[in-house]
Write a protein that binds this ligand. Structure first.
Ligand code: SF4
Length: 324
């Protein structure tokens, strides 16, 4: 077995359970360069829970789900923010930090939910349902947020819907999230037909097979999964809520019905829990690598910019959510 290079040994201790030494040796140059560049440029790295462990545990300053990243982005003391996640997350960071340089390492890091709806779609919905408030998942472009009344994440969607004090809302673009929230509230929810290409692939049959293969396993499903998957799970919640559940309940065996890296990242903090890992990979999240984070800081790319008029309106929708 190859030993981890001594210079990075203190970081390797964090991830040794999920990254083999041979793989680690290919990361150390980029990690050391990124740590130096962060100091040089007064930069911070915000990383989503779906980023790979060498990013999440070794170079990120702030980690979490979309809600945590949005909240923390407001309080960041830095000149430069690098968003290790997908484009709508980088836009949200820019909305909340208009004076800061916000970089995304790969412009192709999109999202099937964000791609499922346009600002024009929202204007048509307003004509069709006059007076019905529009709650928009953060997994959308700034243009879509600008046409919305308020944003939500999977962690606060129910609270946001109920905060409006109305009998009916439009919630978009994730049809399954809307259906899963509708099952928990008396508010009528009109959904859009967007889906997360990662979570829509889980099925109730997958869960039944997992229970047969791993008796006693606790099944946790993200609310972007179809409602019939959520119904078969033991718990459903955002990535932050799933992580909290594991810490609180300490199940002997658990499976997280979500993106692949989530289990690796949570497993680092819970060596006593056996993680079963039948996951689906998000190709957009996986476009972010140590190499392109390093290039982003070295070459100041790719700059995230938003039309100021769009930004003002989109920011209001995000800030209304954060005020709840
Ligand atoms: S996991 Fe789904 S919702 Fe998240 S970025 Fe990937 S495609 Fe979008």
């Amino acid at each position: 077995m190859t030993a981890a290079p001594p210079s990075a040994a203190y970081l390797y201790e964090r991830v040794r359970r999920v990254i083999p030494p041979i793989e680690w040796s290919s990361f150390t140059n980029d990690i050391e360069a990124i740590l130096a560049l962060k100091r040089e440029r007064k930069a911070v790295i915000l990383a989503h829970n779906y980023q790979t462990p060498e990013i999440f545990h070794c170079v990120a300053d702030i980690v979490g789900d979309s809600l945590a990243l949005a909240r923390n982005a407001m309080e960041v003391d830095a000149d430069v923010i690098v968003l290790a996640g997908v484009h709508f997350m980088a836009e949200t960071a820019k909305l909340l930090n208009p004076q800061k340089t916000v970089l995304i390492p790969d412009l192709g890091a999109g999202c099937s939910l964000a791609d499922s709806i346009t600002a024009e779609d929202i204007r048509l919905l307003r004509q069709r349902y006059p007076g019905v408030p529009i709650v928009t998942y953060v997994n959308t472009s700034a243009e879509v947020k600008a046409e919305s009344d308020i944003c939500c994440t999977s962690g606060n969607a129910k609270a946001v819907v109920e905060s409006l004090g109305v009998a009916r809302v439009i919630m978009l673009p994730d049809e399954y999230l809307a259906q899963n929230i509708a099952a928990q509230t008396d508010v009528e929810i009109i959904a859009w037909q967007g889906h997360c290409e990662v979570h829509e692939r889980f099925t109730p049959a997958d869960i039944r097979q997992l229970r047969e293969d791993h008796p006693g396993v606790s099944v946790l499903a993200h609310p972007e999964c179809p409602p019939e998957v959520v119904a078969e799970a033991d718990f459903s919640g955002s990535t932050a809520a799933m992580s909290d559940y594991v810490g609180r309940e300490k199940p002997a065996r658990v499976v997280l019905m979500t993106e692949c890296s989530m289990s690796d990242n949570v497993a680092v903090a819970h060596p006593e829990v056996d993680f079963i890992r039948p996951c689906n990979l998000c190709p957009h999240m996986k476009r972010i690598t140590l190499a392109n984070i390093r290039s982003a800081l070295e070459e100041n790319r790719h700059l995230v910019t938003i039309d100021p008029q769009v930004a003002d309106r989109a920011r209001q929708a995000v800030e209304r959510m954060l005020a709840i």
